[in-house]
Write a protein that binds this ligand. Structure first.
Ligand code: AHR
Length: 646
């Protein structure tokens, strides 16, 4: 025995690994994999919506921020008014007076840490305007670069003392991430203006109230199965008044009332007093995006508790009914015919067909007795009216501990269909928790890993390869346990490089570019290769959950007949793995490919300038019923294997 141990130690020292033998049982699928399993979670944090995915380039377009000139640089005689507003739910507007003495009167908008304009691209300027004294007036709309040079001017006329919509197409003559939009009153007199907006013409699917095309495309490219929105803590609000209210986010975009963002103050090391929600990206747009990217919508609503980390306001049980009604009305908005009250609102917005909502989450990271008390009221009401809708409850803000241990039994008692677990933990935790769900109760609610990300504190929580590799390893455990883990979404999704509050995040962007992190590519590799059925995979009679730093899972894609292997080698040495496929009967492996992500540098990151860490594809030599793999050091590989025969 001692000689054998010495032999292996010698091989190891020489960099030669002993062969690991794994078996995959092809004839006994262990569980179905939910087609919606790997998805995305979206929240307006880090300029995720306003300044990010929502393509509006003008900040505070309606002048309804508490400090109404935030985002604007007025010059000349410019004041804020609210008499006779254009939009009753966004009542403030700007009055520009050119008294003939001052050379210019008008205002610049600085956008979201600048306005990103691309040379040759078209932008749609819109605004509402009136001339109080009914005298025709001329406005100059200008695109200004970061040096302050006006490089494009377009003249518009305002006539009449009733509010009217102005539009102009502007073709940018330059590229600049920090441009400004300028509006100048060119003739003597007074003009009132509201909802001054600038959007690229080329949004995602070219919609007028659209999304930034590159960012939406990045979501589509993940092939997400589920889309959780709009938060996160944002649904709770800093207080109940500022909780996310979905009804405020539908209907004409100009009249959606501004709401303070939950993340406006939170991080003391960075003050962002300019973070409000225009709600231009609202529930209608979220449902539309779900449909566009082929993901099941999963809206999250307030349960009557404001953020428990912040004000911790509680709606008493006898005052909860408006909140419950919001949930019922949302289901009506999404699913009921156009003849229903909220179905008609959906149809008026352009979507008469239902959105086919199947799930709703009540509450985000809630805790304490107050949460199940409220969830139970919602659950009874939703079950009574919409028994087909699945209800997602919460296990609180942590993946373990007192609240987690209290809430899980409560979720079972109430009969939640899924329980949302959140974990932002170190890479070691993710590697060590690949077997987390192996012994979960199969009879209770299913798991929704609703927010997770590996936080490498030693590098300031960088979006590095170590974080991504540890997530890939952990996710083998999600997949192996697909009978109990039904959904999983990384968090947060987006961040603006000049306005981030929380890191790491899946996708970084500035006003012109975006960068997909290594974690993004891990999510994509799972999302594109989910498979339909878990196949038992073992090494030495056990699942592969980190033995010799290996993690592995196998699935069948019953649509194509392919076997999909996911293998993580978290060691600094190449591994030697033989996989025997049992139950293939007369079938044999005939071809295969491996999509892999690898780096010898665990601290490596992608940047806006270069995505060095991207998946690469190579062919895999196969024949017969076993396969020899040599997973490289620090690698995650997805193998798709084709079989033939009967
Ligand atoms: O993803 C960022 C935040 O983390 C979410 O808003 C919240 O649910 C969690 O605390």
């Amino acid at each position: 025995m001692k000689t054998l141990t010495t032999f292996f130690a010698l091989l190891f020292a020489l960099g030669v690994q002993a062969q690991h033998v794994m078996t995959v049982d092809v004839s006994h699928p262990a569980a179905k994999i939910n087609p919606a399993m790997y998805g995305i979670f979206f929240e307006d944090i880090n300029f995720g919506a306003d300044g990010g995915l929502y393509a509006e380039l003008v900040k505070n377009r309606s002048f309804d921020f508490p400090q109404p000139f935030v985002g604007w640089i007025p010059f000349g005689n410019v004041t804020i008014q609210s008499d006779g507003p254009c939009f009753d739910r966004n009542p403030q507007y700007v009055r520009i007076v050119n008294d003939g003495r001052l050379l210019r009167a008008g205002l610049d908008n600085e956008g979201f840490r600048g306005i990103g304009l691309k040379e040759g691209k078209e932008y749609r300027f819109t605004a509402y305007a009136r001339t109080p004294d009914a005298k025709p007036m001329k406005l100059s709309v200008e695109l200004v670069n970061a040096n302050g040079d006006n490089l494009l001017k377009k003249e518009l006329e305002v006539k009449g003392n009733g509010w009217q919509k102005l539009t102009a197409a502007l073709k940018a003559p330059f590229t600049d991430a920090h441009s400004r939009l300028r509006v100048v009153l060119a003739t003597e007199g007074t003009v009132d203006m509201d909802h001054i907006s600038l959007l690229p013409v080329n949004t995602w699917k070219n919609r007028e109230n659209g999304l930034r095309a590159d960012l939406a495309q990045a979501l589509y490219d993940l092939n997400p199965g589920v889309f959780r929105f709009p938060g996160g803590c944002i649904i709770e609000g800093n207080n109940l008044v500022t909780r996310y209210q979905w009804k405020s986010s539908v209907g004409p975009v100009e009249n959606r009332p501004l709401n303070e963002n939950r993340w406006n103050y939170t991080f003391k090391h960075k003050a962002f007093p300019d973070y409000f929600q225009s709600l231009g990206l609202g529930f209608y747009e979220y449902f539309l995006l779900s449909e566009d990217i082929g993901a099941e919508p999963l809206p999250v609503l307030s349960c009557g508790l404001s953020c428990q980390y912040e004000s911790n306001e509680i709606v008493s049980l006898d005052e909860l009914s408006p909140y419950v009604q919001d949930a019922l009305d949302l289901i009506e908005f999404a699913n009921r015919p156009v003849t229903s009250q909220w179905g008609e609102v959906r149809a008026d917005m352009g979507h008469p067909a239902p959105f086919n909502l199947k799930m709703i989450a009540i509450g985000n990271e809630q805790w304490g007795k107050v949460y199940p008390e409220r969830l139970e009221v919602f659950t009874k009401a939703i079950r009574a009216r919409y028994p087909e809708i699945e209800i997602v409850g919460s296990a609180g803000p942590s993946a373990s501990g007192e609240q987690f241990d209290y809430l899980w039994p409560e979720m079972k008692r109430i009969g939640a269909d899924l329980v949302d677990e959140h974990y932002y933990r170190a890479p070691d935790w993710f590697f060590a928790n690949a077997a987390r769900y192996d012994n979960y109760d199969r009879k209770g609610p299913k798991v929704f890993a609703g927010e997770y990300a590996s936080h490498d504190h030693s590098t300031g929580k960088a979006n590095n390869f170590l974080a991504a590799l540890s997530e890939a390893a952990f996710m083998t455990g999600l997949e192996r346990n697909a009978d109990v883990v039904r959904l999983a979404t990384y968090a947060p999704l987006f961040t603006h490089v000049d306005a981030w509050q929380w890191n790491p995040d899946l996708i970084w962007f500035d006003n012109l570019r975006m960068m997909r992190t290594p974690s993004y590519y891990v999510q994509q590799m799972y999302g594109m290769n989910a498979g339909t059925d878990v196949l038992p995979l073992q090494m030495g009679g056990k699942p592969v959950t980190g033995q010799d730093s290996l993690y592995a899972t196998a699935a069948l894609d019953s649509n194509t007949g392919e076997i999909i292997l996911k293998v993580v080698n978290a060691a600094d040495k190449q591994a030697d793995v033989r996989i025997d496929f049992n139950g293939l009967k007369k079938k044999t492996l005939v071809s295969g490919s491996c999509t892999y992500l690898q780096s010898n540098d665990l601290k490596a990151k992608n940047t806006l300038e270069q995505e060095a860490l991207i998946p690469r594809v190579r062919p895999v030599q196969v024949s017969g019923r076993s396969l020899n793999l040599k997973p490289e050091p620090y690698s995650f590989g997805v193998y798709r294997l084709q079989v033939n025969g009967k």
